[in-house]
Design a binder for this molecule. Sequence first.
Ligand SMILES: [Zn+2]
Length: 400
Amino acid sequence: MPCDVRFRGRGWALLLAAPSALAACAPPGVQPTSEPASGGAFAPLAELRFDADGESDTFQVVRPPGTDTLALRVRLGTEAALGGPYCLQLVDVVASNGARWVSDGASPDTWGLACHDCAQRVFSAIGAGLYVFPNDGVDLPAEVTGLDARVALRDCATRTPLAPSEAERARLRATVEVGAFALGAGRTLAVSVYVAAPLALADATSLGGALLDEGLAAAASHWAPAGLALRFHEPVLAEVPRTTPADVGAADSGALDALAGEASLALGETAAGGATLILVPCLRAKSLLADAPSEVDGHTPRIPGGFAADGYGDAVLVRTGTCAGPPQPYWLSPAAFGRVVAHELGHYLGLYHIDTPDGLDLHLPDVSWDNLMHHIPSSVVDPGLTARQAHVALHHPLVR
Ligand SMILES: [Zn+2]
């Protein structure tokens, strides 16, 4: 057993009894640092099995002094990926100061795509998950020196608890990695852009070569007042433009994983250490429990995104074309395109909708309706971001 992991019951007696011993045991990736966050600075913490209820034992994460963000990467092994899909959720999260951040796994509060009413929100995803704290828009209290948590299996079709069979229990393993980061001094998110389908304006009179640049600049302008600089890499065009729709589903990530893999190959090293934006001709997403996919302007499969395990799609998707018939240009202006790019990157950085068509309760108390994270961002007049939203985004470990 790694020295930084304590499998045990409730309570922090062990940590309180021997804080110096625990600090000495912290793996390299969670050493205190005053440097900006560096991508991939995660260290293995634990390998977990699941009980008959589909939950792991409690594991303990130590927060080194001087760090602002605690992030957990959880993923199932390759065997599970072959036998899945299985979905994961982080449950029963209790901070060292006694604050309960996430309800226990039997609570319906933790069912569905995201925890409904938790102090810190967690998102359930296929095969792998990223959990970043804080995400409530408030600094982690200095007295929080770590947390307790469990990982729970979820049925991908419903995101409700999955009780594994004996055979599943024998082969399912979740690995947990932890990273602790100081707030990025540069306040910059690098974004790689893979153009699987070219962008053109629906209004042919406005056609211009700078459209993509103008749109991305518009996206950046939404984030600048929040203190975050979006830095887009030079877009990379697909050798053969895609004409078929991108279909993404909450319970089936095969198409997304393939598309993200294609983008990753084309982008190469530039995609490392930042977010990836993929432009597709037509985009259709199937939400939980929906019978059929519906057209959407953009889609972000994981909230937050980033640091995906190998083979799992991790990107922001935005459409360039119509879905009926052969794809035709869709966007009426670079500004409209840019607003959706900015909105989707908000999801990628950990933000949820400020209205609740997805059935989630409001997570941040300072939002108003005129906000970039309205579920239809084109419908608001002045799509700004609040202080708490900016706080969440700036604590994403990919923001340097
Ligand atoms: Zn959205």
